[in-house]
Design a protein around this ligand. Structure first.
Ligand SMILES: [Zn+2]
Length: 131
């Protein structure tokens, strides 16, 4: 795993769009069915919009019907970190890029086999690379 990346909010603002900054650095959520990737079916890898770390493979993507890109696993056990999120009166597990701590979305225990997990991710936190 490469070295962790830590930048100030001002530094992130320079390389991210306003939407990307709002979601990836401030924990925002894009509107369902509004993102670029919820319906994407091509083969490839989804990278962190902030630091380019590979996070998800199209091999684990599935149609969740939620309007957000959904995966049943991360690309590796080291790529993604989870932490408890008690905001909005809910108990959820937030998922973050382990390299730069970008907010990706949340993980829920109602996904398909083999993991039973549903990684619910904002398109705007991801950068798809075909191949
Ligand atoms: Zn990252």
């Amino acid at each position: 795993m490469s070295k962790r990346i830590e930048l100030s909010p001002e530094e992130w603002k320079q390389s991210l769009s306003q939407d990307q900054f709002q979601v990836a650095r401030c924990g925002g959520t894009e509107r369902a069915f509004s993102g670029a990737y919820w319906n994407k079916k091509e083969t490839g890898t989804y990278h962190c919009i902030c630091c380019d770390a590979p996070l998800f493979s199209s091999k684990t993507k599935f149609e969740s019907g939620t309007g957000w890109p959904s995966f049943w696993d991360g690309i590796s056990s080291e790529a993604i970190t989870t932490k408890q999120d008690l905001s909005h009166g809910m108990v959820r597990l937030e998922i973050n890029c382990s390299r730069c701590d970008a907010h990706l979305g949340h993980v829920f225990p109602d996904g398909p086999a083999p993991t039973g997990q549903r990684y619910c991710v904002n398109s705007v936190s991801l950068d798809f690379k075909a191949g």
